[in-house]
Design a protein around this ligand. Structure first.
Ligand SMILES: C[S@@+](CC[C@H](N)C(=O)[O-])C[C@H]1O[C@@H](n2cnc3c(N)ncnc32)[C@H](O)[C@@H]1O
Length: 304
């Protein structure tokens, strides 16, 4: 496998995307985010190559990114505007997808890779991104369910892989994915084994029509950026797997592990701490094993 490909990670957060691509064999040489807490966690775990930068300042960002002459520009621009249940309004956050495209258009790396929620694929901002880049790039788009890619979590994510010339065999990438995804969805217990000592847990639902109590013998629902205790007045949903009196929410550490961060990952807090920033960073991340999965597939397709 070619380990010489260099990547720059935009909107790097705590580093889920970078960590997975690194495991796949891609060298991440620079990473940018404008949130100091995210950059701190990134640097603690991956390396001091993450720095704070506002990526809406496109000229400045393109200069900084371009100076590394990366083979890949990768990134997960913030997606709240299209992922909030019931709302499909594309506000300021969507501009960041366009900023991502404009930075790529200026730097023209051989490859690009974007991760986002599945709804992003149909958004005006992604459309705009494609219109900025279509002249020079070809694309392969895919929605993957993380639970079929080595992550014990039902988390569907959209990946858009682009390349400048015809060196990529997109059928090879598609075939690799088809061959590598598992028919069986990975459960929390299968992945965490002795690391988790509960049978059921509470995960705050977006609304009362959804269940909130899950078994560890199924994939976890999507790990989001908030983690709340069981409300005292919680009314049991008929689909809940257990009685609310007997369950607790997952700890930050368990959530981090379900996002497939390594056991030794340093969030800058004690294992028992509850910290809203950390919960947000965990929920924001590309699961490490999902990023690794996609990275492996891409390397397979770009290898001569
Ligand atoms: C979805 S998260 C990325 C998660 C990351 N890919 C991972 O795997 O951990 C989006 C990130 O964009 C950052 N962000 C938002 N606005 C930004 C801006 N103007 N410039 C740089 N980063 C920004 C946020 O701080 C957040 O960490």
């Amino acid at each position: 496998m070619n380990t010489k490909y260099k990547a720059v990670d935009l909107f790097c957060g705590a580093g889920g995307f970078s960590a997975g691509l690194t495991s796949a064999g891609i060298e991440v040489v620079r990473a940018f985010d404008n949130w100091p807490v995210a950059v701190d966690v990134y640097c603690r775990n991956i390396g001091n190559h993450a720095v704070c930068l506002d990526l809406l300042d496109i000229e400045n960002a393109a200069d900084k990114v371009g100076s590394h002459k990366p083979d890949f520009i990768v990134g997960g621009p913030p997606c709240q505007d299209f992922s909030t249940a019931g709302k499909r309004i594309e506000g300021d956050q969507a501009n960041l997808t366009i900023a991502f495209a404009n930075i790529i258009a200026r730097c023209k790396p051989p490859f690009l890779l974007m991760e986002n929620v599945p709804q992003a694929r149909l958004s005006a901002s992604y459309n705009k991104m494609r219109s900025i880049l279509d002249e020079n790039y070809e694309f392969y788009e895919v929605v993957l369910d993380a639970s079929q890619c080595g992550v014990p979590q039902l988390r569907k994510r959209f990946f858009s892989f682009g390349w400048l010339d015809s060196a990529v065999d997109k059928n090879k990438f598609a075939d690799w994915i088809g061959f590598s995804i598992t028919g069986q969805r990975l459960t929390v217990k299968e992945y965490l084994a002795e690391e988790i000592d509960i049978e059921y847990y509470y995960r705050h639902a977006r609304n009362y029509s959804r269940r909130a109590i899950f078994s560890v013998h199924e994939p976890s629902p999507t790990i989001r950026g908030i983690n709340r205790p069981v409300p005292p007045n919680y009314k049991r949903n008929h689909l809940d797997s257990a009685n609310p009196d007997s369950v607790r929410p997952l700890t930050s550490w368990e959530r981090s592990r379900i996002q497939t961060f390594p056991t030794k990952w340093d969030w800058g807090a004690k294992k028992s701490d509850r910290n809203v920033d950390i919960e947000q960073l965990i929920g924001n991340a590309v699961p490490v094993k999902l990023a690794e999965f996609v990275g492996r597939g891409i390397l397979n397709a770009v290898a001569a």
